[in-house]
Design a protein around this ligand. Structure first.
Ligand code: ADP
Ligand code: MG
Length: 321
């Protein structure tokens, strides 16, 4: 199978690659053409996933396709952008029809779920890696950045934390767990649900936002620096899934929530006045701390003791093997 046949069979023919809203010209020409609504800005983000570094060398291609796009779409959610389109640069060691078909199915499923259209890409031979670039629209001046947090704001997250880190020993076949736990955690790892609706609802309300990819502590550190504030987290307020708490125990589950990676849940700062309205709209908003004057990120327990962990940040996939 040649390069063009491969592109045609697996990508150009996919339902998510058909022209539609916002895509004036899709796959097949030298460039795709996007129609950005007047008054909007284009939000753009690129992520590369390398086999053996960001995902196991041997893994289910359907799940890989889902996860690769979810991780990128999560960046659009974090900016409050409305999804528009994406490109896929695919480097493959060989052409394996079964692998490609399953990968394209997973990609297509996530793309349809996120309303993202595949508009182009590149196909090359080499060690397996994926580079996805996503495009979204956001009304000019309304994108959620990392730099607007104000002392007095609440620090919030959009869902349970730590499940990505909890799933890792299962992904790597280092541990086993009962079926219900395995199922819940692996689902969070392989098909994270980008919080696109929440991100768009935070426009004009949240003062800063990002998606948690490297762990709450490390990522809150980015908001603290960009906004020149201090973020203080209440340990007991961290939302944890039942599956993670059962699998890890409470203490390690809290550690995973603070320092584990791969959650792709939004973290944002919010003036308290907006909280009730967001919750009334049915959105998942958990208050985990507050913004203060100062610098850095600290964790406190219910007694007000400083319990900030010494190790923080994402354990890189390769190093954990
Ligand atoms: P060019 O040589 O002009 O860059 P290519 O031969 O690389 O074009 O690709 C032909 C068309 O197929 C282009 O529209 C490109 O965007 C698209 N394309 C290539 N690889 C992929 C892919 N993996 N997924 C989706 N579209 C792709
Ligand atoms: Mg090309």
């Amino acid at each position: 199978m040649g390069e063009f046949e491969l592109i045609r069979n697996y990508f150009a023919a996919a339902p998510c690659a058909q022209a539609g809203d916002g895509v004036a010209l899709g796959i097949g020409d030298d460039c795709a053409l996007l129609a950005v609504p007047p008054g909007d800005q284009l939000a753009i983000s690129t992520d590369t996933l390398v086999a053996g570094v960001h995902f196991p060398d041997v893994c289910d291609p359907f799940l890989l396709g889902q996860r690769a796009l979810a991780v990128s779409a999560s960046d659009l959610a974090a900016m409050g952008a409305t999804p528009l389109a994406f490109t896929l640069a695919l480097t493959l060691p060989s052409v394996d029809a079964d692998w490609l078909q399953a990968f394209a199915r997973g990609l297509n499923q996530m793309a349809l779920g996120c309303a993202l259209r595949l508009i182009g890409g590149d196909t090359t031979r080499g060690p397996l890696s994926l580079t996805l670039t996503v495009f979204g629209c956001v009304p000019a001046g309304q994108a959620l950045t990392r730099s607007g947090a104000q002392p007095g704001d609440l620090l919030c997250v959009g869902g349970a934390l730590g499940d990505g880190a909890g799933a890792l020993p299962l992904v790597l076949n280092q541990r086993t767990a009962e079926a219900s736990i395995t199922q819940a955690l692996l689902a969070r790892y392989w098909s994270p649900q980008p919080q696109l609706i929440l991100g768009q609802a935070l426009r004009g309300k949240a003062t800063s936002a990002l998606d948690i990819s490297d762990g709450l502590l490390a990522d809150c550190g980015h908001i603290a620096v960009a906004s020149n504030v201090r973020l203080s987290i209440l340990r007991e307020a961290l939302p944890l899934s039942a599956a993670l708490t059962e699998f890890f125990g409470l203490e390690s589950a809290r550690e995973a929530a603070l320092s584990g990676g791969d959650d792709y849940v939004l973290a944002f700062t919010l003036p308290a006045v907006h909280l009730a309205e967001l919750r009334a709209a049915g959105l998942s908003v958990h208050v985990v701390g507050r913004v203060e004057a100062g610098q850095g990120v600290a964790v406190f327990d219910a007694d007000g003791q400083d319990v900030t962990p010494q190790t923080r940040g994402y354990q890189h996939f390769r190093e954990s093997q």
